[in-house]
Ligand binder design. Structure first.
Ligand SMILES: Cc1ncc(COP(=O)(O)O)c(C=O)c1O
Length: 395
């Protein structure tokens, strides 16, 4: 059977593929430490689980309004006002099946075939593929140095077909956080060139060292009209499996995203929506204690990686990843086998050191590896010990 050009063009997710591979090896009895996953290892807070149990017990198990239950949309409106300085009406909010689904709906609502979308690299693996699925063209924009792009670098890739930008701060895979003044420059660029921005703020609560998360749309009424803010409960409330994300933006875009959603998934799960209400309106203490723990692990992992020959990384100010430059390891060999690129290196680390890490190539930045510290401190120590021992065997 001949598959569509779309299906043939889209790539699988390297992070999910690696996660599946790790789980396969673990099922066969191999003890693999995984630094590959992008999900908090903490449990969903009890009051959130209770709200879901209550939803089931009370029979809240039917189709809901396709764009989200009013109670949850109200909770999102107050969250955005309280925490992000963003004022929206419930009609400007769409609840979807995870932030990923919001991003996809937004790309489908905004991109025409052959439109170009600027994506700062390294980028989260799904952005370019979503753009490809929409028939549009992802344009990766590399920073000159560090992990953040400037308006000047974006301008270098601007063409008559450029429609918009997908911006992620704090970033997966680097943990980079754009400052207010950097965002102001980017906002000016967007307005000057009549573009739109999808601002993925899923890691907003995971910022360290006094860094501040700033919502792009809060900078001015003009940029708010050009921005679709995407967020969700997965990372902040350890709710990855519940699949609730949300988007807020100009009414016409949100309405169009809602039309895409109606014909693809209808509503997000009724029970999860009730759980998300509890998460967004309830106490934040679990979020802050999770952040404290991530902060400890972040420092530990970065310090250890610093001491490993050929590995170079900065202390990341956000999210739960350390993106490490491993170019000095490439060119070495393991038992006579040359290590030419990050894919090979990650494969050897998996099979020989029994540690799963994600190669940078999938994020658009070869020569790097992404280490997630969303796993327990004892597993982090164990994984880094294994890596350190294995690196010493390279020639
Ligand atoms: C940058 C980024 N955006 C969005 C998502 C997806 O979040 P959700 O679980 O809400 O779909 C992820 C998950 O890894 C992510 O890293």
């Amino acid at each position: 059977m001949k598959l569509s050009a779309r299906a043939r063009a889209v790539k699988t997710s390297p992070t999910l593929a690696l996660d599946a591979r790790t789980k396969d090896l673990q099922a066969k009895g191999d003890d693999i430490v995984s630094f590959a996953v992008g999900e908090p290892d903490f449990d969903t807070p009890q009051h959130v689980k209770d709200a879901a149990a209550e939803a089931i017990a009370s029979g809240f198990t039917k189709y809901t309004a396709t764009n989200g239950i009013p109670e949850l949309k109200e909770a999102i409106v107050s969250k955005l006002s309280r925490e992000n300085g963003l004022l929206y009406e419930p009609s400007q909010v769409l609840v979807s099946v995870g932030a990923k689904h919001c991003l996809y709906n937004a790309v489908m609502a905004l991109c025409d075939v052959k439109d170009e979308v600027l994506i700062p690299s390294p980028f989260w693996v799904s952005y370019p593929e979503m753009v490809v699925l929409a028939g549009a063209v992802p344009v990766a924009v590399s920073p000159d140095q560090g992990f953040k792009v400037s308006a000047r670098q974006l301008a270098g890739r601007l063409t008559a077909r450029t429609k918009g930008i997908i911006l992620n701060s704090p970033s997966n895979p680097t943990g980079a956080v754009y400052t207010r003044s950097e965002l102001e420059d980017l906002a000016q660029f967007v307005l000057d060139h009549d573009l739109w921005v999808i601002a993925d703020e899923i890691y907003e609560h995971l910022v360290y060292d006094g860094y501040e998360h700033v919502s792009l749309a809060s900078l001015s009424p003009e940029i708010k009209e050009r921005t679709i803010t995407v967020n969700g409960v997965s990372k902040a409330f350890a709710m990855t499996g519940w699949r609730i994300g949300y988007a807020a933006g100009p009414s016409d875009v949100i309405k169009a995203m809602g039309k895409v959603q109606i014909h693809t998934t209808s509503n997000p799960t009724s029970i999860s929506q009730k759980a998300a209400v509890a998460a967004l309106t309830g106490p934040m203490d679990t979020v802050w204690s999770m952040r404290e723990e991530f902060d400890r692990r972040r420092r530990y992992m970065t310090e250890r990686l610093h001491t490993m020959a050929g590995f170079s990384c900065q202390l990341p100010p956000g999210a739960f990843y350390v993106f490490t430059d491993v170019r000095d390891v490439l060119g070495k060999s393991y038992r006579g086998q040359n290590i030419d690129n990050d894919d090979q290196l990650a494969e050897l680390i998996l099979t020989e050191a029994h540690l799963a890490v994600v190669p940078g190539s999938g994020f658009g930045m070869p020569g790097h590896l992404r280490f997630s510290y969303a796993t327990s401190q004892s597993r982090i120590k164990e994984g880094l010990d294994r890596l350190e021992r294995w690196l010493k065997t390279l020639e």
